[in-house]
Ligand binder design. Structure first.
Ligand code: NAI
Ligand code: MG
Length: 338
């Protein structure tokens, strides 16, 4: 069987980590028909007059699945993030980000195994900003809805139960954002009653940030609103070796887009030194989503073997390999396992 997958190359380190990832995924023997798009963001704006052109949305809609490199968003001006646009337009409401220690990789903690479930379509990313230029006042609206909160909370409890996880922690700021916090917490309590095998607790976001850098082993699944999830994802990436190693999936009812947590890393773009592990692990999540369990296990085992050996790693995790050298060594290992 051949899988039709939309491939969004992105910009910055996107082309490098995407090529590395397709090399590794193809080594599993699974057949892919990549529908490849070079232009998205700035380059699509130049070419098509739209940073997120309709043909990309149509492709993901019809394939139901995409693998995506990072896309740069201009700061404080310019077009709206296409990363956020994709998630909202395709209703990819669950952003799932597993942060798990890799063998052999020296970090302050050894056995971190966290999954962040970030609400992916609303909150402070609703795109509602009102600027009164005369008074120089900006209102940025953090819209929280019952429907939006319900679906991410349900998704995370269902995931925890079906994957044998023990605890879901609700992260909020209900002491200050009382109405939004109450809505989120009430829905979580209601959902938790349907999942006897999963415990639930809650933490205020600032305390949670401290807890995670001191006692990450006390936590398991974390479900939270959009901005808190964004920030905690990078924090948790820091616990397990950095942004070069943390994968992500944007999941909706109709389609899914797999992308790393990191951005386009302009500081190292074009130098063949980015770590493609994060996108390769996102590719492993995509294989599982496609039901290609054996291939996903091969990618997982090959990555663990490579990190445990520590000989062929990229610079961000203390190695000397280039992006593509790392990927080729890993691909050899994968093909030996399938
Ligand atoms: P970033 O994640 O691109 O980079 C942060 C730091 O981590 C940099 O020092 C970078 O070199 C390093 N890093 C990131 N990925 C790495 C990798 N694979 N291997 C080795 N080192 C890596 O975040 P930053 O600099 O805040 O944002 C840059 C751009 O990326 C912005 O335009 C932002 O909007 C965009 N962005 C896009 C995302 C997406 O496409 N989903 C997600 C996050 C940011
Ligand atoms: Mg982020």
């Amino acid at each position: 069987m051949t899988h039709n997958v939309t491939l969004l190359v992105g910009d910055g380190i996107g082309p490098e980590v995407v090529d590395a990832t397709t090399t590794v995924l193809e080594a599993t023997g699974v057949k892919f028909e990549w529908e490849r798009f070079e232009e998205i963001g700035e380059s699509a704006l130049d070419k098509y007059g739209d940073p997120l052109p309709k043909h990309i949305l149509d492709s993901i809609g019809s394939n139901g699945i995409a693998l995506k490199g990072p896309v740069t968003t201009p700061l404080g001006r310019g077009f709206k993030s296409v990363n956020v646009g994709l998630r909202q337009k395709l209703e990819l409401y669950a952003n799932v980000r597993p942060c798990k220690s890799l063998p052999g990789l020296k970090t302050p903690f050894e056995n971190v195994d966290l999954i962040i479930f970030r609400e992916n379509t609303e909150g402070l990313y609703s795109g509602i900003e009102n600027l009164d230029e005369r008074l120089e006042i900006v209102d940025s609206i953090a819209r929280i809805t019952r429907a939006g909160s319900e679906r991410i909370i349900r998704f995370s409890f269902d995931y925890a139960e079906t994957h044998g996880r023990r605890l879901v922690t609700i992260v909020h700021k209900a002491n200050i954002l009382k109405a939004a916090g109450r809505l989120f917490l009430d829905l979580a309590e209601e959902e938790s009653r349907r999942h006897a095998s999963v415990e639930m607790n809650d933490r205020i976001i600032d305390n949670m940030a401290m807890q995670l850098v001191m006692f990450p082993e006390r936590y398991d699944c974390i479900v939270t609103t959009n901005l808190f999830g964004d920030i905690l994802s990078d924090l948790c990436a820091g616990l397990v070796g950095g942004l070069g190693v943390v994968a992500g999936a944007n999941i909706g009812d109709d389609c899914a887009v797999f992308e790393a947590v990191h951005g386009s890393a302009p500081d190292i773009a074009g130098q063949n030194k980015a770590n493609p592990t994060a996108l390769i692990r996102s590719g492993e999540m995509m294989l599982r989503h496609l039901g290609e369990v054996k291939a996903a296990d091969a990618v997982h085992d090959a990555l663990h073997g490579t990190y445990a050996d520590g000989e062929h790693l990229t610079a961000d995790v203390g190695g000397k390999c280039s992006t593509i050298e790392f990927a080729e060594k890993l691909a050899d290992r994968v093909s030996g396992l399938v």
